[in-house]
Design a protein around this ligand. Sequence first.
Ligand SMILES: [Zn+2]
Length: 138
Amino acid sequence: MSEVRTYTIAQDGQSIACHRCGLTSHNANDVRQRYCAKCGTFHVIRGPGYWQDEVSGVLRPVVEDLLNGKVLSADQIAIMRAYLQQWIGSPVWDRNPFLDAISTPHLEDLRRRVDKITTDDDLEEWLVDADNYGFDPL
Ligand SMILES: [Zn+2]
């Protein structure tokens, strides 16, 4: 049993072609989210990337320092911010059937504030709120 894919990512990774409508998009968000604007649908719902699965080795020591209660450097905070941006930005959260009138503003709040994380306190505050809202990226 083989599944027919509904899209193709170009070899250079810069565009996505939809097999349903024939549209090729060079929009980086469309490529990343496997989205077709013409069809208005995601080809696949990609889960958020978790730090445990990250293979570059850059993120893991930062998360471990964080979990061990160490104060992070500015560079480490920037790495955490990038991680949390992709995590909370995942379209999975928008498709959550439990997303309701209460959790939708929480998600929007977290997405808005994640870009502004620049200090240890910002990071701590964001993670506490995320936890209170039921989001656990760690
Ligand atoms: Zn399409």
